[in-house]
Design a protein around this ligand. Structure first.
Ligand SMILES: Nc1ncnc2c1ncn2[C@@H]1O[C@H](COP(=O)(O)OP(=O)(O)OP(=O)(O)O)[C@@H](O)[C@H]1O
Ligand SMILES: [Mg+2]
Length: 342
């Protein structure tokens, strides 16, 4: 207790595993003091929604205990189809009045019953012209957010922040990378079920969407084509196949699905007059290391593609990652790091 620094904890409940990081923030900078990744969670979470509550809350409890994290306050995030982020134009209002008006505005933009969603917003450009302002609208299904918070409480923790995966990723990356003013960067976080796509310029998210693409598509593709079990397909995807399975064709096909959606996002930005191209792609998430993935994306979109290292500007004990290279594990921790840095 004596002289113990206060920490911040980020908890990322992903469909393949739960990730936690603990950071000390003080005048000397941000220090990563602890991290943990749970055992695989098969089928407990589907499209960002928690199906097997018991399994998830036990996994959280075990993870916090095994990593000996004592801080019970955590920042967490939601993702998937039940979360909608949109940049909208609305009448110029002050913050207070906008709070009321957003309810009506949201009805036009959110495909769910407005009474079933939690809304949040941020004014990103208060005077687009004499009448209009630009607002970032965030809507998430209430039952999903509540469910998420409840499971965390069942594990004996207090969710102090409930963010959105894409914004946490952006936060982690902005803390670790420099951006040239005016450049348009696609942040692509590829998980097991979901890819969080967020196209950012000058710190503003211009297009944010969770796509139903992830390593599970790659794994299923390998299983079908090579008639192998799921564990074998996973090994092959990690470049560790004994059976000499060549995953190139499957990686390319699954990446093409992703690229088509990136193209659509760029077309959308073009038609909105927000950007006519992306300048580079930063990839994170556990699937960032799938062999051939970055080369494919780079060739397909004709831009540089980098795998993010979200701890490059954090300090940490050299032994923290054991024998592993930090940059091989850290891409998977991007959401959790962005949350702990809130
Ligand atoms: N070294 C590796 N090479 C290839 N793939 C990997 C490697 N390490 C992890 N993966 C893949 O990354 C996936 C997990 O990524 P991540 O932890 O970002 O997903 P998640 O957050 O649990 O899922 P989601 O966000 O989609 O719900 C695993 O399912 C695995 O297939
Ligand atoms: Mg994830």
């Amino acid at each position: 207790m004596f002289g113990k620094k206060k920490t911040t904890v980020g908890l990322d409940i992903g469909s393949s595993s739960i990730k936690v990081v603990e950071i000390v923030r003080d005048r000397s900078g941000d220090r990563l003091v602890n991290y943990g990744i749970s055992e695989p969670l098969s089928e407990a979470i589907v499209d960002g929604e928690i199906m097997d509550r018991q399994m998830v809350h036990e996994a959280i409890t075990n993870l916090m205990e095994s990593r000996q994290i004592r801080n019970r306050s955590v920042a967490t995030a939601v993702s998937g189809r039940a979360v909608i982020v949109k940049k909208i134009l609305m009448d110029r209002l002050n913050e207070e009045d906008a709070k009321e008006a957003i309810q009506w505005e949201a009805e036009q933009h959110v495909p769910y019953d407005i009474n079933d969603v939690s809304l949040d917003f941020q004014i990103i450009n208060p005077n687009v012209d004499a009448k209009k302002m630009q607002v970032l609208l965030v809507a998430a299904k209430k039952d999903m957010v509540q469910n998420h918070a409840e499971i965390i409480r069942e594990a004996g923790l207090t969710p102090t922040i409930i963010d959105v995966d894409s914004f946490a990723i952006q936060n982690a990356i902005e803390a670790n990378y420099e951006f040239v003013p005016g450049e348009t960067v696609a942040l692509v976080n590829i998980g097991a079920e979901i890819t969080n796509l967020n196209i950012v310029r000058d710190g503003v998210p211009h297009f944010t969407k969770d796509l139903s693409v992830g390593s599970n598509n790659f794994v299923e593709g390998i299983q079908r084509r090579h008639n192998v079990s799921q564990p074998e397909a996973l090994q092959a995807l990690r470049g560790r196949s004994d059976g000499g399975i060549d995953v190139t064709a499957i990686v390319q096909a699954a990446c093409e699905d992703l690229s088509v959606q990136i193209d659509r996002a760029i077309s959308f930005l073009k038609s909105a007059g927000d950007a006519d191209r992306i300048d580079r792609i930063l990839v994170s998430g556990g699937s960032a290391r799938i062999p051939g993935l970055t080369d494919f994306l780079s060739g397909r979109h004709h831009v540089p593609v980098t795998v993010v290292n979200p701890v490059q500007r954090l300090s940490f004990d050299p032994g923290l990652f054991g024998g592993d290279a930090p940059e091989s594990i850290a891409p998977m921790l991007t959401v959790a790091i962005g949350l702990a840095l809130r």
